[in-house]
Design a protein around this ligand. Sequence first.
Ligand SMILES: C[S@@+](CC[C@H](N)C(=O)[O-])C[C@H]1O[C@@H](n2cnc3c(N)ncnc32)[C@H](O)[C@@H]1O
Ligand code: SF4
Ligand code: SF4
Length: 410
Amino acid sequence: MSGVHFFMCYFETTRECNEDCPGCMTRREGPVVEPLSTEEAKRLVIDEVAKICPVGSVAFSGGEFLLRPDALDLLAHAASRGLYSFINTNGRLIEAVLLAEIKKACQGRITLGFSLDSVDPDVQGRCRSGDKDELLRRIALCDQAGIGYFVLVTVSRANMNTLAETSAFLKERGIPMLRSPFVPRGAAATRRDLMFTREDMKHFIHPVLRSNHLAYVSYTPFFASPSLAELGLAKLGISLGQLGCQAARGYVGVSPEGDVAPCVHLLDSAAVCGNVKQTPLSELFNTNPVLVGLRSGDKLKGRCGRCRYRTACGGCRALAFYSSGDCFAEDPTCFFEPSDEQDKSEYDEETSRNTRAFIEFIATNSPWRDIFAGSPSGQFGAFLIRFVAAVRTMIKPFRRRIHKHENPAY
Ligand SMILES: C[S@@+](CC[C@H](N)C(=O)[O-])C[C@H]1O[C@@H](n2cnc3c(N)ncnc32)[C@H](O)[C@@H]1O
Ligand code: SF4
Ligand code: SF4
């Protein structure tokens, strides 16, 4: 066991899909290679994830994972190993009976990630099928089944103009949003023109991400102050290294055929580090020079290498690779120009404030508290935050009365 407190393996279990999204990173032309069998998926991926981190998680994806005939079997196996499961899905197959089966197989330890690229029907139609109303119907079914969810928004030049509306729509409903940066992989290999630029990041994307604390899941550039670590994250068992880019730090991608990369966005590229059929996943994670180097945090180059935010942020390793061919290069979409580690971003305070709000959210909401704060100290920290939140709710009416009394402007 490597001793990491937070670990997620993003497992693309199949390239088969019931959709045909034009920019899909997983679909590829050419001869079909058999995906890992049920037995291989269990032994070479799931069991190995449990070795890396006994309180880890598997994000089952594809293609469309739910098309795999052994989907429930794999979920049950992950649960039997003590792992938490996520399913990233287009939602097409989701209905009440299947949700009940999924919940039973996972012993209730399951969260779904639905994809939505825009609330604007025209923009959504250009990126993928479905729309916000379909999404709402599916999450209503999840609510009835008592299953948590979040929404994955793949950000590209095709939808960044509507990201603010999409984020507001999700935030109003209390739905966490995870951004996936568009990369030229798979069916999207020829669409480099859809990758967002530094200017796009500065003017359209970053203002939206930094203002929605429910989107504080693994995005870059991420300007959470290093002093946040001293201000209490440690009590929760959460470290700054669990925010920002997770590639190889708390996360690896595994392809349907068993290839391993620091991030799912880097599968099918020269950044692949090995294959689980040749080398055990736990051994790769602990010995592969790229995976170990990314985790060490001091090998980053360029602006990321001299930046005070490199522990919390780290820069998107996939965007670094697609722009330079080097996983350790600076994130080309970051608009911060640090001379050295003393330089502070003008968004430091806003990001740190929202990071605290995000931490409070994950500490008080399942499944996040189980995933991020999996260690015993983390669970105690989560308990403390829940306790403080409950006390605050109880004393709110009294505080309002006191303020009214003290402040004649009320
Ligand atoms: C490949 S899909 C598989 C899961 C499921 N079939 C779905 O559509 O959500 C997983 C996530 O990757 C995102 N994605 C697809 N192509 C991408 C690309 N070229 N760059 C970045 N993310 C991409 C999708 O939008 C989706 O949120
Ligand atoms: S490389 Fe890092 S920031 Fe980029 S998509 Fe992967 S985990 Fe996220
Ligand atoms: S320079 Fe790199 S580490 Fe620093 S904020 Fe930008 S992307 Fe993040």
